[in-house]
Design a protein around this ligand. Structure first.
Ligand code: SDX
Length: 376
């Protein structure tokens, strides 16, 4: 019998391609995007700068940033067909399923849908970046029986996203926390959703197809869906004193603690401290520290019992909840950010493309004769 070839379940440790977009510096525990330390960028930048860096490979000049922000503002509106889709969607639909469908529908209505040139892909990426916040907030409001809030052209990207949730001018601490989350969520190498987007792009499918594939891969709780699942868990815990026994019980039942663990980081996700810092600011500004205290207790228990660290989804969850954001928006906000990373991967994949098509080890039955219908 032929020797069984080796393989890595979940492709763990497998190098599946080359990329000039980002890398993890494990020694210094830093996430490097196009040569820059992403956490350092977040201290002095806004999401639009990071999105530009991902799409165009360099940090924008002031003039480039201004032009980009103007284009994003101008493109925030939705085509009537997509708005209609959101209005007709059943209220109980999962928010990520609605967003996935709406982005796919945007691909139908996009004026350059069939053009997969680099230039058209980047223009489509800008339009998607502008429209995803409008979709996710309008979808949430329609599901709550409310009219969508039209975008406010006076507001920047993060502030306008928050404004469209409830029609109120957001406070500075909330804008900053969302901006930081958008920046830190934007790119992370060959993660499951970016890889899914690259697989779709490698067939020479268009950007909207690849982003729809990315959303489909991101929505599960082992990936982006973990931010919502982590908050549901903290709500179930309810009080800081209950956190330790709750986690011990869950671990005894072999349950996964959402927002913990990571395929790549084994000694802590480099993005966690920056989000936690924002979360603490939000808690101080709002006077609501319960979720931060529950999170601290869960984190301490996971470290002492399992040696497992939180990933970026954990502090995002309680930070967003503390500022009053509804839970079904959390993974869609991850999408609003990661669209920039997915688009960068699509451009890169298609620039030196080879169809992604791996092999597998067959584990089915041996060869058998085909029996006639009457003999089965
Ligand atoms: C994101 O890849 C990326 O870059 C993703 C991301 C990005 O920016 O794109 O960083 C965003 O998706 C963050 C991850 C969000 N997911 C979760 O929070 C879900 C909970 N986490 C786990 O299910 C898990 O840690 C994964 C899915 C994130 C990673 O899975 P792996 O690499 O396949 O690891 P594993 O499941 O094989 O776990 C290894 C060990 C196991 O124990 P043993 O069987 O060896 O004894 O660690 C344990 C696991 O049971 N473990 C956990 C745990 N995570 C790992 N135990 C309890 N709770 C957890 N959360």
């Amino acid at each position: 019998m032929a020797e069984r070839p080796e393989y890595s379940p979940g492709l763990a440790g497998v190098i599946a391609g080359e990329s000039a977009i980002s890398r993890i510096d494990f020694e210094a525990n830093r996430l490097i995007v196009r040569g820059y330390d992403l956490v350092e960028i977040t201290r002095r930048a806004v999401f639009e700068e990071v999105a530009w860096l991902l799409l165009y490979g360099e940090l924008p000049t002031a003039a480039q940033l201004g032009g980009f922000q103007d284009r994003l503002r101008a493109e925030r509106g939705l085509p009537p067909a997509v708005e209609e889709l959101l209005r007709r969607t059943p209220a109980e639909a999962q928010s990520m399923a609605v967003l996935r469908s709406a982005v796919s529908a945007l691909g139908v209505t996009d004026p350059e849908a069939r053009d997969i040139s680099r230039e058209a892909t980047l223009r489509k990426a800008e339009r998607l970046l502008a429209k995803v916040p409008t979709i996710l907030t309008a979808a949430h409001r329609c599901a709550s029986g409310l009219e969508p809030v039209p975008p406010d052209p006076e507001l920047g990207h993060a502030a306008n996203l928050l404004y469209m949730v409830d029609g109120r001018r957001p406070q500075e601490h909330a804008v900053r926390a969302v901006d930081v989350a958008l920046m830190l969520y934007s790119e992370h190498g060959f993660n499951a959703s970016s890889f899914a987007a690259r697989v779709a792009a490698s067939t020479l499918a268009d950007l909207h197809a690849a982003v729809t594939a990315g959303i489909a891969a991101l929505m599960g709780p082992l990936h982006g869906g973990a931010n919502e699942a982590a908050m549901e868990m903290m709500l179930e815990i309810g009080e800081p004193e209950r956190a330790r026994p709750w986690v011990l019980e869950a671990l005894a039942q072999k349950r996964k603690i959402m927002g913990f663990g990571h395929r790549e980081y084994k000694s802590g996700d480099s993005r966690v401290p920056a989000v936690t810092e924002e979360g603490r600011r939000v808690a101080a500004a709002t006077g609501e520290s319960r979720w931060q205290r529950i999170a601290d207790a869960v984190e301490a228990t996971m470290l002492s019992e399992k040696g497992i660290f939180p990933n970026v989804d954990f502090p995002v969850a309680w930070t967003f909840y503390t500022m009053g954001l509804p839970i079904p928006l959390y993974t869609p906000i991850f999408v609003a950010s990661r669209v920039a990373g997915w688009a960068a991967h699509v451009v890169e994949q298609q620039e030196s493309n080879r169809l992604i098509r791996p092999n597998h080890i067959y584990t089915g039955p041996g060869d058998r004769p085909f029996p006639r219908l009457a003999d089965r």
